[in-house]
Structures are given as C-alpha cells and as structure tokens.
Design a binder for this molecule. Structure first.
Ligand code: GAL
Length: 365
C-alpha cells in the first residue's frame, strides 16, 4: 500500500514536471520563463508575429557555455494566444551540417524577425548572419522563407545590402572619402548589416532597419513588395550616434525607434527617437526607462540589465505595446532572461517603460 502510494506520488510529480504546470497569468521579467513543457523559453534576440489569432515568438536558440553564442541549432519558434503561456513549436530554421552552407553550425544567427506577406502568402524571416570563423566581420543580412508560419523555413541567401546605392538623405559629406567614412567605404561592396529588425507599416510596406557602418549609424531600407529583397531605397538615421538593437512601433502616425548603445552583451542605456516618416529625420528623446530591477540590481540607466529586441503590439488593445528586452548571459547563453515590460505613453507622446517585477495585460485597460 505504502509502496503503491509512493509510486502514485512519483507519477504525479513526473506529470507535473512534464507540463501540467499551472497556467501563467502574469509576466515576471528576468525570471525563468517555462514553456508548455516546463523548459525555459529559448528564443533570444527575438520578435513576435501575430497571425490568424495566434502570436508566434521567434528567437535565437542558444545552448549552454560560451559556444552557445554561435548558432548550434537555429531559430526557435513558440506560439501563444495569451502572451503569458508559450507552446514549443520547434525549430523554424535549422542550421546546416554542410560546411559550405552560409548557415553552417558555428555561424552566428541573431535577432531573427518574421513577417507575413499577404500578397505572396509567405512567411519571410530576416536575420543578422555572421559567417563561421569570421567573428562579426561579415556583417550580413540574411533571408529565409516558408509557406507555413512555424516552418521549416528555407534558407535563401545572405548579403551586404544597398550595394552601389546612395541613401535618399545623402549629403556631400557622406560621399567624401575619409578613414572614418564607413558608408563611403562600403558603397561598392554593400553596407554592413548587424543588429536588425523588420517593420511592416499600415500600407503593407516592409522596412529593414539595421546597424550599419561599424555600428555607428542605422540604415532604414525599404524591402521589395514580396519582402524578399531590398529595393535600394534607404536612409541613414541617428547618424554617428552609435545605436544598435533597433525596435520600432507606430503610434498616432509617429514612428518610435528604440535602441541600445553599443557595448556588446553588457547592458547600457536605452534611448528612443521619434519621426513622422520612417526614413526620418528622428528626434532623439533619451531613455524611456524608469525604475530598478532588483534581480539584476540595475536601474533605468542600464535598461534594467536588458537590451531591446522588439516592440510588440498587443492585439485588440489601443496603443498597447510590450517592450521586449534580453538580459544576456554570455557565459551560459541558454540561461539568458527576458524582460518584457509595458510601454506607456504620456499625453505629450513621451514613451515610458517602468520596471515591474510582476504585471499583466490589465495595465493597458
Ligand atoms: C550586441 C548585439 C547582440 C550581439 C552581441 C555580440 O551588441 O546587440 O545581438 O551581436 O553584441 O557581442
């Protein structure tokens, strides 16, 4: 009898550990975030696509140890209908075993963003790619495509964008050769593209926004109608301000561009800038952050220990966005944490991101 009870207990515990975990009803930034299997979500540097009533979270699948800073698995996808509880939908883009593939394991695949093209009915994934063994010097953007949202995505190609092109806001100074003029240096070869995001506007036009010119200046580039290529129309924004980790939202006809400084995995101060046109000019507004994160012991001046990755519109609520940040753990990347916080707006349009240890979507009501 005792033995049997004991066995029952063990089975119940196993079932619980295997996913019968309680449903989550709130966000708890910086804590472990279990998926439907009770496993910490593995989707770093991510972005979210809402499609047919479901949210899909795509991000970098990391493994343990320093090697986890390179791509050993690919891009992981999770799905959710309430934003708190995420179901493992598997690996959407898998690294290759072929040493000649650009996405061979050991390459670097970062900040994947997936968008849906209504005309072609295809899902398009853009990401920052670094070739194996070349550290961060390739600075390429890369694209993959799928007929189904969760994949598998077919890898298409990588490149340095806007080769041979001048930006729409070109100045004489941009074209003057000098040792520090990285834009001019790269015109022929194509512009560098590191930290990136993709933004689809209300009119269906999609824009690729990336850290270019040795991370000194961001480039906003219009994609083709099928979202699979660059049109060659682009602008240089936040010129020489050294911003990366870009994320964009649109509110009341204005574009809010959130970004970080350039200090690698170490946190720094977030900053946002506002423009009437996605190509700029952007007016810098300073950090939107307020408060303190007791878990990282970091305040607003260090973005609570996080770095921006995406601004997520909450469906069905007006002016409701979630700021998604990564709290990187470069020595054990798989344990990197997520800091999701509500984005609030003051009457004058000022953006505020206040740290909260626990919060739910009712803050938007
Ligand atoms: C950060 C960047 C990350 C990653 C890291 C590598 O600045 O935002 O995505 O590239 O550098 O050190």
């Amino acid at each position: 009898m005792t033995k049997r009870l004991c066995l029952l207990g063990i089975i119940l515990m196993a079932v619980n550990a295997a996913g019968a975990a309680d449903k989550l009803t709130a966000f708890e930034p910086t804590q472990e975030w279990p998926d439907n299997n009770g496993v910490h979500i593995n989707a770093h540097g991510g972005g979210v696509l809402f499609h047919d009533g479901v949210y899909y979270w795509f991000g970098e699948h990391k493994i343990g140890g320093r090697r986890g800073n390179t791509a050993q698995v690919g891009v992981h996808c999770y799905s959710s209908t309430d934003l708190y509880n995420w179901k493992d939908a598997g690996v959407a883009l898998t690294v290759s075993n072929d040493p000649n593939s650009e996405i061979v394991s050991g390459s670097i695949i970062e900040r994947p963003k997936v968008v849906y093209n209504a005309k072609t009915e295809k899902f398009v994934m853009w990401f920052h790619l670094e070739l194996r063994g070349q550290d961060y010097t390739a600075a390429r953007t890369a694209v993959a495509v799928s007929d189904t949202v969760t994949g598998p995505y077919t890898y298409l190609r990588s490149f340095r964008p806007n080769a041979g092109k001048h930006p729409i806001n070109v100045t004489e100074r941009d074209l003057r050769p000098s040792r520090e003029n990285y834009f001019q240096r790269d015109i022929e070869r194509g512009q560098m593209a590191r930290d990136m995001t993709v933004f689809v506007d209300d009119d269906g036009k999609a824009y690729h926004i990336a850290a270019a010119e040795e991370n000194v200046t961001l480039h906003v580039s219009l994609l083709t109608d099928d979202y699979l290529d660059f049109t060659g129309t682009f602008s240089r924004v936040l010129v020489r301000r050294s911003r990366e980790a870009p994320a964009v939202l649109k509110r009341n006809g204005k574009y809010y561009l959130l970004s970080s400084g350039c200090t690698g995995w170490a946190p720094n101060a977030a900053e946002y800038a506002v423009a009437d046109n996605i190509f700029g000019p952007y007016e810098t507004k300073g950090s939107p952050c307020v408060g303190y994160n007791p878990d990282t012991e970091m305040g607003a001046e260090l973005t609570f220990g996080g770095q921006s990755t995406f601004l997520l519109p909450v469906e069905g609520k007006k002016d409701a966005f979630i700021g998604m940040f990564d709290a990187w753990r470069p020595n054990n990347p798989i344990d990197g944490r997520y800091i999701w916080l509500p984005v609030e707006f003051k009457d004058d349009g000022k953006m505020v991101i206040q740290y909260r240890q626990r919060w739910d979507l009712s803050v938007f009501d």
